[in-house]
Design a protein around this ligand. Structure first.
Ligand code: UD1
Ligand code: MG
Length: 458
């Protein structure tokens, strides 16, 4: 497709959000509304030109969305959708089509937009039939059922208000025609606005074909004006994603109690218990089980690994046949090889743990390299921070660390070494030897516990 322009209208106030944040920066499924639209736009024709019209919120919108390579045009004041498109004309490339999207209609799907771009000579409207069309512009058709114009609710006759086919606002139009029509819009209507929708009558008058296409699902064109609508669409989208996972064969204990805020890729025979949240990009291998109320972000979890309830994982790479949790916390830079066990109240950060090693209870492993078959006893802490800098702890293969040990980094525990429980290790511990630092145990023979004095007072 030659020089596609994508115009995203996002200057509306969003007064009903009752928020200081620009409406299009409110999040649905963990990402700003406008980001959903920009990401979908990114999937369309290469070489496209994207232009966002923003208004309220100052530079917050262009700043938050800078990475999408779109141009941003300030519309001030906001005099309607036609006026908004007028602001973009200097940025549009000629010789192709322009697709108009709304920044507050986040879930429009690529397939629907591609369907709208198949008729490069026509004006294509995205329309929907609604039982309750109130509030929307109505699609007026002639006796031959051809679209003749769009009439806004406030300008509509009682008869026109009974029309159930509504304008979603999303349209595709040859750019040279858009240029000529948008220049001729007037604000001579009930709202005193420049209506983009008036280009439909101009197309008809000029003999340009006008076609209407429908989205595959109604939720694609649902717009957000309030927190109520935001919460509704969030639920619809979460149900939709849960359905897709079920259809792929994922077992969900309850599809209504799952939140996917990003992309979740699952292998075969994956089981997810209730209340889990997946953020960013998460991949679960075959036979992975995720326990209730776990929060997993940007992670890869290998086949047959079991995550027990209430586990938090953020930017971690976990091998196969691992056992994690309950109540475990894996922070950024955690790399676990196969058959690693991380138990309750164990925190791992920026550390690699090799095959078959275990830290089952109450530990902190930070900035460490842990070898294979290592056993880390309960309460072991790597003291990685001296108040100014972070230091590494190296624990080689087959080490046994006794419970309640502090490893003061930088420090290395050699292959096969044993550390006695309760030690504070400040110097490297040699291979294969027992190292401990612990006050010698003593007994005071005949020692008596103090007894409470009797004074005679009541
Ligand atoms: C518009 C359509 C209406 C359609 C409805 C679908 C017109 C005249 N009417 O109605 O036919 O049924 O959308 O929701 O186009 N915006 C700007 N600048 C402005 C005004 C709006 O950027 O000056 C943006 C808004 O941020 C929003 C979109 O355009 O993303 C639509 O604005 P909104 O006021 O919600 O649409 P309506 O006028 O209600
Ligand atoms: Mg309006």
């Amino acid at each position: 497709m030659s020089s596609l322009n994508i115009v995203i209208l996002a200057a509306g106030k969003g007064k009903r959000m009752h928020s200081d944040k620009p409406k299009v920066l409110h999040a649905l499924a963990g990402r700003p509304l406008l980001q959903h639209v920009l990401e979908t736009a990114t999937q369309l024709a290469p070489g496209k030109n994207t232009c966002v019209v923003y208004g309220h919120g100052g530079e917050a919108v262009p700043q938050a969305m800078a990475r999408y390579g779109a141009s941003f045009v300030l519309q001030e004041p906001q005099l309607g959708t036609g006026h908004a498109v007028q602001q973009t004309l200097p940025h549009l490339h000629d010789g192709g089509m322009t697709l108009v999207l709304y920044g507050d209609v986040p879930l429009i799907q690529r397939a629907t937009l591609e369907k709208m771009l198949t008729q490069p000579q026509a004006l294509t409207l995205l329309t929907l039939n609604l039982d309750n069309p109130s509030g929307y512009g109505r699609i007026v058709r002639d006796a031959a059922n051809n679209v003749s114009c769009i009439v806004e609710e406030k300008d509509a006759t009682a008869g026109q208000r009974t029309i159930q086919e509504v304008n979603t606002g999303i349209l595709a139009v040859p750019t040279h025609l858009l240029r000529s029509w948008v220049g001729k819009l007037t604000d001579n209507n009930a709202q005193g606005e420049y209506y983009l929708t008036d280009i439909v009558a101009m197309a008809v008058a000029q003999g340009v074909a006008v076609q209407a296409v429908q989205p595959a699902q109604a939720w694609e064109v649902m717009g957000i004006n309030s927190k109520v609508q935001l919460a509704e669409l969030e639920r619809i989208w979460q149900q939709e994603q849960a359905q897709q996972l079920l259809m792929q064969g994922v077992t969900l204990a309850d599809p209504a109690r799952l939140d996917v805020r990003g992309k979740l890729v699952c292998g075969r025979d994956v089981e997810i218990d209730v209340g889990c949240i997946f953020e960013g990009e998460v991949t679960l291998g075959d036979n992975v089980r995720v326990g209730a109320y776990s929060v997993i972000r940007d992670a890869r979890i290998g086949a047959a690994t079991h995550i027990e309830p209430y586990t938090h994982i953020n930017q971690a790479d976990i091998g196969e046949h691992c056992h994690i949790g309950p109540y475990a916390r894996l922070r950024p830079g955690s790399k676990l090889h196969n058959e690693v066990h991380i138990g309750n109240f164990v925190e791992v950060k920026n550390s690699e743990i090799a095959h078959g090693s275990k830290a089952n209870h109450l530990s902190y492993i930070g900035d460490s390299s842990v070898g294979s078959r290592v056993n880390i006893g309960a309460g072991t802490i790597t003291c990685n921070y001296d108040g100014a800098n972070k230091h590494r702890t190296v624990i080689e293969d087959d080490v046994f660390i006794g419970s309640n040990t502090q490893l003061v980094a930088p420090v290395k525990v050699g292959r096969g070494a044993t550390i006695g429980a309760g030690s504070t290790i400040t110097k490297d511990a040699p291979e294969k030897e027992l190292t401990l630092s612990r006050a010698k145990q003593m007994t005071v023979p005949g020692w008596q516990r103090p007894v409470k004095k009797v004074t005679g007072e009541k």
